[in-house]
Ligand binder design. Sequence first.
Ligand code: AMP
Length: 218
Amino acid sequence: MVDHIYLFMGIQGSGKGTQAERLSKALSIPHISTGDIFREVINQNSPLGEELRAILNRGDLVPDELTSRMVRERLSRPDAAKGFILDGYPRTQGQVEHLDQMLAEMGRSIRAVFFFDLPEEETVARLEPRRVCTKDSSHIYHLVNKPPKQDMVCDIDGAPLKQRDDDKPEAIRKRVAEYKRETLPLLDHYRQKDLVRRIDAMQSIDAVTEEVLKIANA
Ligand code: AMP
């Protein structure tokens, strides 16, 4: 049986979250986004949540140990048994090493690393108009390309929409700089293993999905 383990890498706004949702549905495997995991903890208003809120609002990275611990817990759940999509993890060299170690312990391996390649200047244009559901941040809208039916209300659960603090221009620039410094070089690790599949993220959403599905089902 194929173990459908995929990493989704790409600059903020490259559409990886949207594509991860689609692949998740197509293969019935969980879409695991570390950003979403952190935002869930923040919504619970615990001391840890407050700490995470401050880190995310600054556009900084959450420490590796904490991030990897949360991923390890998530991967151990039964729904990840036949595969999973990791979106937004690993993001640092330390996390690459943690992930390699976790997978080795589980006797599992990555099937492909999708690299959603988008020019840097596109990111602010794409992220600024993004709005997310306050109840479930995987419900994502775009004021121009994918507006909700009712102004600032989620189509799926009727909760209000909001702009993520880290989608404000200053935080976006910081995240892009961090991505280029920390995350982009990580692709080399996976290139050496011949796992990287580059996708042109300027294509339409449907064209990207088609390409992703073709590779996953190959
Ligand atoms: P995202 O939704 O992937 O854009 O992530 C939002 C924020 O969550 C990031 O700007 C970081 O502050 C934090 N975050 C998400 N994934 C990671 C990760 N793998 N390592 C450290 N911080 C992360």
